[in-house]
Design a protein around this ligand. Structure first.
Ligand code: SF4
Length: 386
């Protein structure tokens, strides 16, 4: 295999991607048009708001003041929300922005702050009852808010959300807690394996970088219900270094390991010739209301609101596709209509990837949530390896 260019750093999320499907990891490094969604935007807005609140300059404020935190938290979240909205629209592939999710983000921020209150020993308090002095105390407990953790060799890295002092009943520091804030669904029982490994990687990087460290606990903080999950288990640094070695980029694509879980939410399908092959072999689930297809456009109305398409099936592993006799009418609206119009304007003659097609009715439906992209399997990296 050709050696990779430059030195890359492996983060917990890229490690998970690599493990889920090496091709998915490889495609994610090819500078293809990125995709984002509301969950990511909401998560970042909440994370950055917690960071801003932890770094708030309260110099000169009256220590006994109460009632300041709800409006401060809302103002900070509003600013972060607006920043995220701007980034969202600058990301080439995005669905519709849902402004009505702001109250949900606000609840998540309050959920995250409640965990901080508990960690500082303030139980069952409302935001409005927190005094300036109490928030200063919480700020003191927070040793770091948002930082990059890097192994001394530079091969492993991670974005640390919070490093807080672990306090006993008397308020004495007895250790460190490395916390990752999660705005997703809390687990039913234990933390998911991928999350546990991510948290342990942060823990183990901290251990390696701080020879005189106190006891370090790795925790997942789920803001949805203010629950805390501890990740326990062996050191993961050696495994991460093995993954780093294996994930050095090459000009040739990495092996693909199509499976329903990895392919289900893979954002690189329009460039991957492997999933249609796996689907044709019956190895991928093909039920449910929302499905992905590679199609030939047979006909489009002038305004591109309605079209007729034919499903294509794979001819070979290079991504060449051939027609089938299965034709469907499609109703395009929102961004799906904009994108199919762009493809038509460019006079793209090849197959088209349709992602997230609603197949529940007699005609297919495509809207803001869908991918409509030229089918362009990537069989060699476009990056410079010289
Ligand atoms: S579509 Fe499936 S096989 Fe292809 S890169 Fe994504 S996860 Fe891997």
């Amino acid at each position: 295999m050709a050696s990779g260019y430059g030195t890359h750093s492996l983060s917990p999320s890229s490690w998970n991607n690599f493990e889920a499907c090496p091709r998915k990891f490889w495609l994610s490094r090819q500078r293809l048009p990125r995709k984002t969604g509301m969950a990511a935007a909401l998560g970042t807005a909440v994370h950055d708001s917690v960071e801003d609140l932890c770094n708030l300059d309260l110099e000169g404020r009256d220590d006994n003041e109460t009632g300041w935190l709800p409006s401060m938290a809302k103002a900070i979240l509003t600013r972060q929300w607006e920043d995220e909205r701007e980034k969202f629209f600058k990301t080439p592939r995005h669905p519709k922005w849902k402004e009505d999710e702001f109250p949900g983000a606000q609840k998540q921020l309050i959920g995250a702050l409640n965990i901080l209150f508990k960690k500082a020993g303030y139980k069952q308090v409302s935001l409005s009852s927190i005094t300036i002095a109490q928030w200063k105390d919480i700020q003191e407990m927070v040793l770091a808010a948002e930082g990059t953790l890097r192994s001394s060799c530079g091969r492993l890295m991670g974005r640390l959300d919070l490093l807080v002092a672990d306090r006993d009943e008397e308020g004495n520091t007895i250790g460190w807690i490395v916390a990752d804030l999660k705005t997703g669904k809390p687990p039913d029982d234990e933390v998911y394996d991928t999350v546990s490994r991510q948290l342990r990687l942060y823990r183990d990087l901290l251990i390696d970088n701080n020879p005189n460290h106190p006891k370090i606990t790795a925790e997942g903080w789920y803001s949805k219900n203010s629950s805390v999950y501890v990740a326990e288990g062996p050191n993961v640094i050696d495994d991460a270094l093995v993954a780093w070695e294996a994930s050095q980029l090459t000009k040739e694509p990495f092996v693909a390991t199509p499976n329903s879980k990895a392919c289900g939410f893979c954002e690189w399908k329009a460039w991957c010739p492997e999933w249609p092959m796996a689907k044709a072999r019956g190895e991928l689930e093909s039920h449910g209301t929302f499905r992905d297809y590679v199609v030939k456009i047979i006909k489009l109305e002038d305004d591109c609101s309605v079209g007729l398409v034919e499903i294509m099936r794979p001819l070979d592993e290079l991504g060449n596709m051939v027609s089938t006799d299965q034709k469907y009418g499609v109703i395009f609206s929102g961004y799906a209509q904009d994108h199919i119009r762009k493809i038509s304007d460019l006079d793209w003659q090849g197959p088209v990837f349709l992602g997230g097609v609603n197949v529940s009715g007699s005609s297919w439906k495509m809207g803001d949530w869908c991918d409509v992209l030229p089918w362009e399997p990537l069989l060699e990296s476009k990056r410079d390896f010289n």
